[in-house]
Design a protein around this ligand. Structure first.
Ligand SMILES: [Zn+2]
Length: 314
């Protein structure tokens, strides 16, 4: 099981950070900081997402044939065990087979409940709040918060892994009795087209997680007040007829203050029930442009709780 690590120990017991490793100022072999598993350094690199260049930070990885000790904080099983111990058992529990199970229906119900209460609250307006209903909103918010916090902790563990398979042998996703593969739950920017299709075609909406780099953070004026919109960098593809398909992932909140600490180039994890709008098309009437038509695949998340969004390390 592979976790990405931010530091290591060299053969002279010196702590090797990323910048030390970049200067090659260490003595091989390198070991994990918290156990004696052998690790190696992976240089940072860039990759293209659409017309943007995204930088992947350098990290240390486990060498083939090595495993972290049972108590090591990079041991994924140990991490998931700790999260499960602290979680509501309706949401994350160990099954008889010894694997863990994350129950996504519970989180969907909590999100729906909170959305309904928020809608009611908006309808009543700020000067006409009923105290009891507000209490209910706070109670639902706490329950959702606890489910989401557990899910985000698990997702943080996943974001440290190099691949889905590092976590899926250990943690199964279940939605209303049906098993869901990790690839249909956790999407990185290279998977955004697939995410759009899955969300668009789904007969039943399932909460999913998206990890991506912030392109822009904007405050826009709506009919009923201001909104904060966070756009993520997304991929595009152009075909021979000059049709350019792009995915635009945006995260929306009416609570402008709560989320405006995020900025361009931050790597974010967003978790919730996304909405895939119908593809919108725009013709380009220019003889010099190689693009004849834009097709926008719009994927949106309306936040109902601040815990649905967090920063992760890229
Ligand atoms: Zn270790």
């Amino acid at each position: 099981m592979a976790s990405k690590m931010p530091a290591a120990i060299d053969s002279k017991s010196k702590e090797v950070t990323i910048s030390i490793a970049e200067r090659l100022d260490y003595t091989s072999p390198l070991e994990c900081e918290f156990c004696n598993a052998k690790v190696s350094f992976v240089n940072g690199f860039t990759r293209e997402v659409g017309d943007n260049i995204v930088f992947v930070n350098p990290y240390f990885r486990l060498k083939t044939g090595n495993a972290h000790g049972p108590e090591c904080r990079y041991n994924i099983k140990g991490q998931v065990k700790i999260i499960a111990r602290e979680s509501d058992e309706n949401f994350l529990a160990q099954t008889e087979s010894g694997k863990f199970e994350l129950r996504l229906l519970a989180v969907k119900k909590a999100i729906k409940e909170l959305q309904n209460l928020a809608r009611e609250k908006r309808k009543r307006g700020p000067y006409n709040q009923k105290e009891n209903e507000d209490k209910e909103y706070v109670k639902s918010g706490k329950k959702l918060g606890s489910y989401i916090n557990s899910a985000v902790k698990v997702l943080r563990v996943r974001s440290l892994c190099e691949e889905d398979k590092d976590i899926e042998n250990l943690l199964e996703l279940v939605f209303d009795g049906t098993r869901l593969p990790w690839k249909d739950f956790y999407y990185e920017d290279k998977d955004f087209f697939r995410c759009y299709s899955n969300v668009r075609e789904a007969t039943v909406s399932v909460p999913v997680a998206i990890v991506g780099t912030v392109k822009s953070v904007k405050i826009i004026d709506g009919k009923n007040g201001q909104f904060l919109v966070i756009n993520l960098i997304g991929p595009y593809k152009k075909n021979e007829e000059g049709i350019l398909d792009a995915v635009n992932v945006s995260i929306w909140s009416s609570d402008v203050e709560l989320f405006n600490s995020y900025k361009a180039d931050d790597m974010l994890l967003a978790f919730g029930i996304f909405e895939a709008k119908e593809i919108s098309e725009k013709e380009i009437n220019s003889s010099v442009s190689s693009v004849k038509k834009f097709r926008n695949h719009d994927l949106r998340l309306w936040l109902v709780s601040k815990s649905q969004l967090c920063k992760v390390n890229g």
